[in-house]
Design a protein around this ligand. Structure first.
Ligand SMILES: Cc1ncc(COP(=O)(O)O)c(C=O)c1O
Length: 399
């Protein structure tokens, strides 16, 4: 099928909910993807943070092919060897004390589970989230998500949610009441613009939660599995939550959401209270087992730390050279470039020059490349951005 026909069909038959780039992607390996005409792109999106070990990693391909030949579906009401292997692997890499797992299919579902779990365990209704926080778009997760653009058309949302100023420990302390079940936070806000917490914030949050008998939920859907240079971002600050939400990158590209909690917290669910038909199916579990093996054997979190600081240092030179750059920030291979104007045009321009980027809000470029990205790809990405920012600057000066 030709490119125009594919685009016409997608436009005609899918809900108009994605801002679409005019490109048909047909293949991906490592940090490179190809379009239908064979053109190559450096993928600094990882498909929104999913392909952390690279596109179509051979170990994932082998694992899911082998599993598919044996058994694709096995509901959670039956036992599965592949699922048991994955649960063991998750328990081995999870922050200490977190050992009980619920397997779903997406980030929003991982958050839904955490919210229900907190309410059930604490027997209290209130959930506190942060200004700028993003936790997904299903009704429960959306109630924790901050952006009014996503919330407004669907009100009323779930009652009992409130938002406090981002990473402000005093305001958080003041917001907790005797009805508060949990505080939910991303260790680094992703969609909110790659916002880093102050140095002691997460530890203080945990302390306050313990003091006030409130559960802490860390949403590491975007920051988890090596993205920031440690297996989980919370490890940078030595802060372990009561509940951890994971998704995106955990199954080498396949859909999997994971909620991990302390045993006594997860045990508050009774049989039938929270289930999912596809959750924990052997196909996805096989992919996730392989993804975790690759992450550990190839030491990808360490690689993310190394390549991330190389990338960030190079990017920071752009801030020195271009007035339109307000700030460059990030950790590991999670990088944000805040500009003084809208970035959509830059996403298209960089695509036309062979580099795929993400946005995170109106004026922030977001880079979430696969952790296997090579130095030469980083150098090319920086020089493409350098050229585009220079052009944009000149155009704006001319206007
Ligand atoms: C921190 C965070 N939580 C939750 C989600 C929702 O994940 P999903 O789109 O898989 O539902 C996202 C997605 O971007 C996210 O970044």
């Amino acid at each position: 099928m030709i490119e125009e026909e594919i685009m016409r069909i997608e436009k005609k038959f899918t809900a108009n909910v994605y801002w679409k780039r005019p490109v048909v992607i047909t293949e991906g390996h490592g940090a490179i993807v190809w379009d239908i005409s064979g053109r190559q792109y450096i993928d600094c999106t990882s498909s929104y943070g999913v392909c952390i070990i690279g596109h179509s990693h051979p170990r994932i391909v082998d694992a899911i092919s082998e599993q598919a030949k044996k058994l694709i579906s096995c509901h959670g009401s039956f036992y599965s060897e592949t699922r048991s292997k994955l649960l063991q692997k998750i328990a081995e890499i999870a922050p200490k004390g977190l050992s009980k797992v619920f397997l779903g299919n997406s980030g929003a579902e991982a958050v839904e589970c955490a919210i229900k779990l907190a309410r059930k365990f604490a027997r209290k209704p209130e959930i506190i989230a942060m200004v700028g926080g993003f936790h997904g778009k299903t009704m429960g997760a959306l109630s924790a998500t901050w952006n009014e653009k996503y919330r407004k058309p669907f009100k009323p949302l779930i009652p009992g949610f409130k938002h406090v100023p981002r990473y402000n420990i005093q305001k958080l302390r003041a917001a907790i009441t005797n009805k508060t079940a949990a505080v939910i936070v991303e260790p680094i806000q992703g969609e909110g613009g790659i916002r880093m917490p102050p140095e002691n914030f997460l530890q203080e949050l945990i302390e306050i939660c313990h003091e006030r008998e409130v559960l802490s939920i860390f949403d590491e859907v975007q920051t988890g599995f090596g993205r920031t240079g440690k297996m989980f971002a919370c490890e940078h600050w030595d802060a372990t939550p009561d509940i951890l939400c994971l998704a995106k990158s955990v199954a080498g590209g396949l859909p999997l959401g994971i909620t991990i909690a302390m045993d006594e917290v997860m045990s508050s669910f009774d049989v039938g209270e929270h289930t999912s038909t596809f959750g924990g199916n052997p196909l996805v579990c096989a992919g996730a087992c392989a993804a975790i093996d690759v992450l550990l054997e190839e030491r990808l979190p360490e690689r993310a730390a190394r390549m991330g600081s190389y990338f960030l240092d190079k990017m920071k030179t752009l801030a020195d050279r271009h007035m339109i750059v307000r700030e460059i920030r990030g950790l590991g291979l999670m990088i944000g470039i805040e500009l003084r104007f809208d970035v959509l045009n830059i996403l298209l321009k960089s695509m036309n020059r062979g580099v795929l980027l993400l946005d995170a809000g109106r004026n922030i470029l977001r880079l979430l490349p696969p952790l296997v990205i090579q130095k030469e790809h980083i150098d090319t990405t920086v020089s493409v951005l350098d050229a585009i920012l220079g052009e944009e600057e000149r155009e704006r000066l001319r206007d």
